[in-house]
Design a binder for this molecule. Structure first.
Ligand code: B12
Ligand code: SF4
Length: 497
């Protein structure tokens, strides 16, 4: 019989970056006398893309089992699904008594598929702060065969699934959470401390076809876009300044500054009480002079802005985003004129876009000059409208959808002719004068640069931007990439002993 009075222990495993989701859950659990800890392996991103293949999963599982948790918590993104599933399977081989609870975006989108894996005992659907608490507080009872129905968690009991797989839970009052448990990650990787990740809002009112928000706006009942109060965020940041002395603040909100009143109040208070340089993401349609002025005066150094496509028809019909080139051009000039570094995010390989569309887009960026353009090849993520549509029109087969849903592939790169030469110039154009880029594009000479190496075409220009621009978020990223490479080296060496 499981002892209901014994303190319960949830151990998280995470393989990439810092997860605010895990930090929030951890702080709620700790406030309720549940122990948490983290096994963190800094292995999974583009810059170390082969690292996942080189992990000694058995050794990671041993590390987990040595800590003997009641529950192993996994946070699943599509890109990290396979690594997590393999770790969980290895843990189960060593100690089947450890229960595995999976949450995160991928688990929320595909709860049934996730729970279908024998190594998964329970799945959290949606925001996990209070549902995880519910699960842990009922853990002893569940282990003893009782079957309480929980809000937001579905678990296996004697071959049945207990709970509602369609109930995607969200929290209305974001101020009700304790501040995220930063120490969980900072203890493992102190270099994270210099850039404080904070979230002011959850959700996004837009429904771009390639984004998780499209699906979530469909399945979530109630309000999807919610903000914390300015006071609550400022209190967190005051504490963060005292405790960690960060040099930069990163607002991870998908859409910063969506509400005018909120922005005015928050940014005035931020300027007065915090003042640290910061990064935020804007949608081109909400950029106004007053918002940019407020942000600049509050010490905004870096804006990331999703543009994605400059073909207005394709943007509207395929991406389900309205884009207006004139408005965009004004937004770029406005942000740059306030000395804020501006990164425009752009997707290549969108269904229907031709080489001419990509060249036209590059012409536009060349004339309007954001500080840099961050290019991605279209990735098909599970349950996104664009993915369903691609299946309906025969771009993706059923087999490929299955692979995507199992985190085996997400990239659509092979769905279009890979234009490495265009990719190269999207990354490099800002280092050259406008006339030169015009000449390259008009003469077609850009085609000579078919450079396939990710490091040369993408990583190197990022590093150059970071080195040339003192007010740059990429500087931090560069530092972390170097650290990550070194860490990985140490990690692999220890694994191979
Ligand atoms: C900030 C952010 C980043 C940051 C930090 C990522 C991180 N590890 O958190 C950076 C910039 C590094 C990043 C990078 C990428 N990201 Co990103 N990112 C986000 C963003 C905007 C916010 C994430 C966040 O902090 N949310 C706030 C916390 C509180 O929410 P949460 O993490 O979902 O956690 C809650 C629940 O999911 C659940 N939960 C989470 N974990 C667990 C674990 C357990 C055990 C339980 C019970 C519950 C639980 O409870 C949590 C609390 O409520 C999301 C958008 C979104 N809607 O999620 C995209 C998002 C997660 N990113 C996405 C992608 C695709 C990427 C990239 C691949 C993009 C790219 N091409 O470069 C990379 C690589 C990511 C990787 N390998 O980890 C996609 C993922 C889609 C998918 N199906 O997996 C998202 C959803 C955006 C989108 N377009 O749809 N990203
Ligand atoms: S604006 Fe950004 S976060 Fe919002 S739905 Fe579109 S891509 Fe997603």
């Amino acid at each position: 019989m499981a002892d209901s009075n014994q303190q319960k222990f949830l151990l998280f495993f995470y393989s990439d970056y810092e997860s605010l989701g895990i930090e929030y859950i951890s702080s709620v659990l700790k406030a309720n006398n549940i122990r948490t800890s983290l096994i963190y392996k800094n292995i999974q991103d583009f810059y170390a893309s082969d690292a996942a293949k080189r992990i000694n999963y058995n050794q990671v599982a041993k590390e987990i089992c040595e800590l003997n948790p009641d529950v192993l918590g996994l946070s699943l993104l599509t890109d990290t699904f396979q690594v997590n599933m393999t770790v969980a399977a290895e843990v189960k081989k060593l100690n089947p008594e450890i229960k595995v609870l999976a949450g995160g975006v991928h688990a929320g989108l595909l709860p049934e598929l996730t729970l279908g894996f024998p190594q998964i005992d329970a799945v959290c659907i949606g925001e996990g702060e209070f549902s995880t608490l519910d699960y842990m507080q009922n853990f002893a009872a569940i282990s003893n065969g009782v079957t309480p129905v929980l809000n937001g968690v579905v678990y296996k009991q004697n071959g049945c699934c207990i709970g509602d797989l369609t109930n995607y839970t969200t929290n209305e009052d974001l101020d009700s959470f304790p501040f995220p448990d930063k120490d969980l990650f900072y203890r493992q990787d102190p270099s994270m401390q210099s850039h404080y990740f904070v979230q002011c809002s959850r959700g996004c009112p837009y429904r771009c076809s390639f984004c998780v928000n499209d699906r979530l706006n469909e399945v979530v009942s109630g309000k999807r876009f919610r903000s914390r109060s300015p006071e609550n965020i400022i209190d967190e940041l005051i504490l963060a300044k005292e405790k960690y002395s960060p040099s930069f603040v990163v607002f991870v909100d998908e859409l910063f500054g969506a509400k005018k009143d909120w922005s005015e109040k928050f940014l005035a208070s931020y300027k007065e009480k915090i003042g640290l340089p910061f990064l935020a993401s804007l949608h081109p349609n909400i950029v106004t002079e007053s918002l940019v002025d407020l942000m600049a005066s509050a010490n905004c150094w870096y804006v990331a802005m999703g543009v994605q496509s400059l073909n207005e028809k394709i943007s509207r019909e395929v991406l389900r985003r309205s884009i207006n080139k004139e408005k965009l051009s004004t937004a770029i000039k406005l942000i740059r004129s306030r000395k804020i570094t501006l990164q425009c995010d752009h997707i290549l390989g969108i269904q229907g876009e031709t080489e001419k569309d990509m060249v036209d887009a590059l012409h536009f960026y060349n004339e309007n000059r954001p500080s840099l353009v961050s290019v991605y090849w279209l990735s098909y993520y599970p349950k996104a409208y664009i993915t369903q549509h691609a299946r309906d029109v025969g771009i993706l087969s059923e087999r490929e959808i299955e692979d995507i849903e199992h985190g085996r592939i997400s990239s659509g790169i092979k769905k279009v002719k890979s234009l490495h030469e265009i990719n190269f110039w999207f990354n490099y154009f800002t280092f050259f004068p406008k006339w030169f880029i015009r000449f390259l594009l008009r003469s077609g000479l850009y085609r000579l640069f078919k450079i396939k190496s990710f490091y040369i075409s993408s990583a190197l220009p990022r590093a150059l931007h970071a080195l040339l621009n003192k007010r740059d978020w990429n500087r931090y990223y560069l530092k972390r990439v170097v650290m990550k490479k070194l860490n990985n080296y140490v990690f692999w060496s220890s694994m191979n002993k």
